[in-house]
Structures are given as structure tokens and as C-alpha cells.
Design a protein around this ligand. Structure first.
Ligand code: SF4
Length: 189
């Protein structure tokens, strides 16, 4: 599915308004640490590609963060290739499709990794804190946590979406990029 192009300027705003928790977490960690390990880089880079971030903007985005940690030169040498590769501009021109919820939920992030699905991979304490930052509280929080306890992670994400946007999402959330596009639709004036 194609999405309208998004620009580098919009990305902070969009992350705040329309990214599902898995993308938000990677985005926030990248901004905080100026680095993401391979699994997180892959998950976030192809999700950003999936929502319409063009290659030039993607390179500028990753470079701005990574440069603060490893320097611009090392970014160009070691990391730019990977981003271009995601966009099919290097190597075997593999067609990367942004990961579905199912694939993200079944991933196995290790220590120091930030990819995966927060509903599945966060501790209860961290998940509650992250949901609180998104404005979830009270009854809504308990409903989400109830789904998590029953291992219905996508339903927990759907409830979060519904609470934040104050609309029902009958199709349910099955892909981070779908969450994003549903959110854009809902917030459109
Ligand atoms: Fe991301 Fe899907 Fe998990 Fe929601 S359910 S946080 S969209 S992986």
C-alpha cells in the first residue's frame, strides 16, 4: 500500500501524533541515544520508508542522529549503506516490506535492543509508563493491560489507538504502517 510522502520536517510531529508504540519507542530511543542496534535500525528504517519517507530524507534523518554519537564520517562509511540497501539502492536490491505486527511480536529482542512490540516485550511497569506518556490512564489503561495479560497484543494496541483518537477501529491493528495511516485519516481536519 502506498502512502503520501512525508517530509523530514514533519517527522517529529507525526511521531508524536500517529506512530504506534513500537515505532515511538524506537524513535525516542534513537533521539535519546543517537544510536540503535541493528534490529531496531531495520525495524524503524523500513517502517519510515513504509510511511513515505524518501531516501534523501531518510539519510539526513539517520545521519543527524548517528553523527552525534559516531561522527558523520563513520555514519557515511558504516551506516549509510544499510539505509540505501533498505531502499533497494545497494546490494541485491532486496525488496524490504515493513514488518507486520505478527512478525514484530514474534521477534526476540536481546539486552540493549529496542525493537519488538512493547505490548509483548516491555515489563508491565515500563509499559504502563509508556502508555501514560501517550495519555492513557484510568479505566482505559486497565483495559489495555487486561488484553496484554491475555496475550492479545494487537488488541491492546487497538484499544490504545481507540483511546487516543477517540474513535473505534473495527478492523483492528495488524501493521504499524496501518496504525499510522488510520491515525492520519482520523486526525485529518
Ligand atoms: Fe507495533 Fe503492532 Fe505492537 Fe502495535 S501491536 S505496538 S503496531 S507491533
Amino acid at each position: 500500500k502506498e502512502y503520501a510522502e512525508i517530509s523530514l520536517k514533519e517527522i517529529n510531529l507525526l511521531a508524536n501524533s500517529s506512530f504506534p508504540l513500537c515505532m515511538r519507542h524506537l524513535f525516542d530511543k534513537l533521539k535519546e541515544d543517537h544510536h540503535l542496534k541493528h534490529g531496531g535500525r531495520m525495524q524503524l528504517a523500513i517502517l519510515l520508508m513504509g510511511i513515505g519517507l524518501k531516501l534523501d530524507d531518510a539519510l539526513a534523518f539517520w545521519k543527524a542522529e548517528f553523527s552525534k554519537k559516531v561522527g558523520a564520517e563513520r555514519f557515511d562509511k558504516e551506516y549509510a549503506y544499510g539505509i540505501r540497501h533498505n531502499y533497494g539502492k545497494e546490494g541485491k536490491r532486496t525488496d524490504y516490506t515493513p514488518y507486520s505486527c505478527q512478525k514484530i511480536i514474534s521477534s526476540t529482542p536481546g539486552i540493549g535492543d529496542h525493537h519488538g512490540c512493547p505490548y509483548r516485550h516491555f515489563s508491565e511497569e515500563n509499559l504502563r509508563a509508556a502508555l501514560g506518556k501517550m495519555g492513557i490512564g484510568g479505566r482505559q489503561m486497565e483495559d489495555v493491560m487486561d488484553k496484554v495479560r491475555h496475550r492479545h497484543y494487537q488488541l491492546a494496541c487497538t484499544l490504545t489507538f481507540e483511546a487516543i483518537h477517540n474513535i473505534s477501529c473495527d478492523s483492528g491493528i495488524n501493521h504499524p504502517n496501518q496504525y499510522f495511516s488510520e491515525s492520519r485519516k482520523a486526525l485529518q481536519p
